[in-house]
Design a binder for this molecule. Sequence first.
Ligand SMILES: C[S@@+](CC[C@H](N)C(=O)[O-])C[C@H]1O[C@@H](n2cnc3c(N)ncnc32)[C@H](O)[C@@H]1O
Length: 265
Amino acid sequence: MDEWDRVLEALRRAGLDLSAYKEPQLERRLESFLQRESFPSLAPFLEALDTNRDLFRRFYSYLTIHVTEFFRDVPYWAAFRSALEAQGRRHVSLWSAGCSWGAEPVTAAVILEDLGLSYDILATDTDELMLDAARTGRFSRAELEKVPPPYRRHFRVVGAEAVEAVLERGRIAFRRHDLVAEPPPGQFDVVICRNLIIYFRPPARAVALERLAQAVKPGGFLFLGATETFLEAQHWGFQVAAPALFYKKSAETSEQSQTPRVESW
Ligand SMILES: C[S@@+](CC[C@H](N)C(=O)[O-])C[C@H]1O[C@@H](n2cnc3c(N)ncnc32)[C@H](O)[C@@H]1O
């Protein structure tokens, strides 16, 4: 067992299993957290982690990357919109896994609002601090810059600095869920998991992708991050609908007639 494995083992005993994540980034973050919080070494930190729930949450939040924004990779969301539009659904059930502070599920909700569809969105993350922020439904006004102008009408300004989405056709529920450690929270028409599996080591990535694939209903979509690959797509019964957007074939009809035609903006 090398030194880092011993660190991981100690963290696991303190209740934090980080074995799913790629190492280099975690190591750097651990070192800088110890410095930041003035722990002279790992031992007193692990001791404190055992009893101090607040430290535990802060540490976990510090380790994980939460970068997100509304309409991240705009052309991908455009393809997502036209794929759904082509299906002619009335209602969409959607799971956003690794939702951070909520920009992703809100983006999906705003697109569904714009399409006139009703929806139920479950948005999950392992980071309780991010979930707390997401549940407020309030975002910094500067975030609105990322929203393409035609969609800005779905947001309203609250106070001097905040905005919130005006959601009239559905709701977003936020809850804690670990994509690697827990089974999927149900089956959905759309599963979005973007910019999360890139941080996993290969075994955890395989588990996560299997869970995500299982969570998509036949005829539904799996939407991944712009740089994420899904080489196992065919094995799990999916075909490419657009870059990073995968369509789960349904049993009844042939593949050709099932694939929705996706246009870009
Ligand atoms: C880089 S953010 C991506 C946010 C958003 N999906 C996007 O693409 O803009 C990754 C998020 O995944 C969360 N996360 C990390 N490990 C997770 C796990 N095992 N299960 C669920 N979420 C996890 C992190 O807390 C973080 O908020």
